[in-house]
Design a binder for this molecule. Structure first.
Ligand code: ADP
Length: 486
């Protein structure tokens, strides 16, 4: 439609370096496609490693002045960006839907969630503090202060094109750090649009730099090897996170890693089943299951498993797949055809080992990268689908008999990002909070993310926290001074 074309035309297509929109130094473009149609949406600049270094040059040049800018001024700029985002929220939501595929109401939800990081860290910018005290032997004063770490490199994934960007950019800027952002090559448009908003509210040149590239590995390696870089924050797969941590070791670079998950969703026999099914729909089918927080394994008490599977399958079969711009669409496409293949392979593997399909279980024919929302029961222990992040709309149901068994199964993974538990028993809920190896937990809910909460994992789900009081500390270093007094 005309509005889509106009919106796409209004998105900047250059690299944003030192406050200017510039072309990539090599004559290459990065094509952005609509996963619901397979059609080209827009071509943007495709940065080379040299362009990446230019962006870092700009971030380094702006670093001292931004660090010395009054926290209130930094906060007010973020707050203005929040306000402007509210004015432009329909456009941003449509852009997210076009390049990433999620249904428009979900995209509007992402704009609300993603915007909150701008508001939250606008408020946190003026609350950074240290401490002060007398040393134990009484001869001096100990002063502990916080300083911005310096230039940061922020790598974001495609599944939440706005929220993953604001969740890193806002705390970094609030802390007084300048940044180079590399959005995922599959969904760079939302980040470019966001950069336009931050430019419009008057962010000083060089504080925020954006590079879009098809050469994520080459560009990132050059930037990470540069000793002027002081911080790397990455959200993406555990596989790539491991590569980046190895590269970061060479310069002892500080890292924050938001990596994969394999979330258990535990339903006890004393759960409110309606609530559990509501929670399951959110935890599993929001974003078509393409979230590191997506429920990956439904562990359900054997006495309620059949009923839970039946109710869930009814709700799931009502989800109409389609282009996210169409009204009534309940589930969008997966991000690429390759993603559909990967999900289908996991489903076929589970079925060949004895799992039963209650609903779904097939790719959807026609243009676009669609997979039917699926429920599998009787998934045998050890199946690949229980060990891998599915990243698709497939619920796997495994039965258990005792609480001890539920805890053992829930913790039986190298990941530890989030766990969901449904029980009406207070004591049981408390025991689960203590027993589950996880960075986050939802008790009788299907979504936990909030700008005011510390998001992050344990085990191989990552390092560090984003959001909450903790989020800004990822971008601050601690300085201690002893002042002799006696
Ligand atoms: P996903 O599986 O969700 O696509 P990835 O970890 O592959 O997750 O991608 C997340 C982000 O990491 C994207 O911005 C992508 O471009 C980037 N990326 C992928 N491979 C590398 C790499 N070798 N070095 C740096 N960044 C990478």
């Amino acid at each position: 439609t005309r509005t889509e074309a106009e919106l796409l035309a209004s998105v900047p297509d250059g690299l944003f370096i030192g406050g200017r929109w510039v072309r990539a130094s090599a004559d290459r473009t990065l094509d952005v496609f609509d996963p619901a149609t397979g059609l080209l949406l827009k071509r943007v600049a495709d940065a080379t490693p040299d362009d990446g270094v230019s962006a870092l040059d700009a971030a380094v040049a702006a670093s001292a002045e931004w660090a010395a800018t009054a926290p209130r001024v930094r906060g007010e700029l973020l707050r203005s960006a929040f306000d402007l985002l509210q004015q432009r929220r329909d456009e941003v939501a449509l852009l997210i839907t076009l390049e990433m595929g999620k249904p428009l109401p979900e995209a509007a939800g992402e704009v609300a969630y993603g915007g909150e990081f701008l508001r939250w860290f606008a408020e946190e910018a003026v609350r950074v503090s240290g401490r002060y005290g007398t040393n134990p032997d009484g001869t001096g004063q100990m002063v502990v202060s916080r300083k911005p770490v310096g230039p940061c490199y922020l790598i974001t994934p495609w599944n939440f094109p706005l929220a993953m960007a604001t969740r890193k950019i806002a705390p970094a800027l609030a802390a007084g750090c300048t940044v180079v952002v590399k959005p995922a090559e599959l969904t760079p448009l939302t980040t470019l649009f966001l950069a336009g908003l931050l430019e419009e509210v008057g962010l000083p040149s060089g504080v925020l730099n954006i590079i879009t590239t098809t050469d994520a590995a080459g560009v990132s390696e050059r930037i990470i090897a540069d000793p002027r870089l002081r911080k790397l924050s990455f959200t993406g797969s555990t596989r790539v996170g491991r590569i980046l941590m190895k590269q970061a070791a060479d310069t002892v670079l500080r890292t924050s890693m938001e990596l994969g998950g394999n979330a258990p969703f535990v339903v006890f026999d004393d759960a409110d089943l309606d609530k559990a099914v509501d929670g399951a729909m959110l935890a599993k089918f929001r974003n078509a299951g393409q979230a590191c927080t997506a429920a990956n394994r439904f562990l359900v008490h054997s006495s309620v498993a059949a009923e839970f599977a039946r109710c869930l399958a009814v709700r799931v079969s009502e989800l109409r797949p389609g282009r996210g711009t169409e009204p009534g669409v309940g589930i969008g496409p997966l991000i690429t055809d390759g993603a559909v293949d990967a999900v289908d392979e996991l489903v076929q593997d589970a079925v060949s080992h004895g799992a039963a399909i209650v609903t779904g279980g097939r790719r959807v024919a026609g243009p676009g990268s669609f997979y039917e929302p699926t429920v599998l029961t009787g998934v045998p222990a050890g199946s690949r689908i229980l060990q891998h992040e599915i990243f698709g709309p497939v619920a796997t149901i495994v039965e258990f008999d005792t609480e001890t068994e539920a805890v053992r199964l829930a913790n039986d993974t190298e990941y530890g990002l989030v766990a969901y538990v449904h029980t009406e028993g207070l004591a049981r809920g408390q025991r689960m909070i203590a027993a589950l190896e996880t960075g986050m937990m939802g008790l009788n809910v299907g979504a936990v993310s909030d700008a005011a909460a510390p998001f992050g994992g344990v085990k191989q789900s990552g390092l560090g926290r984003e959001g909450g009081l903790e989020g800004i500390h990822e971008y601050l270093s601690t300085k201690y001074t002893l002042v002799q007094t006696g």
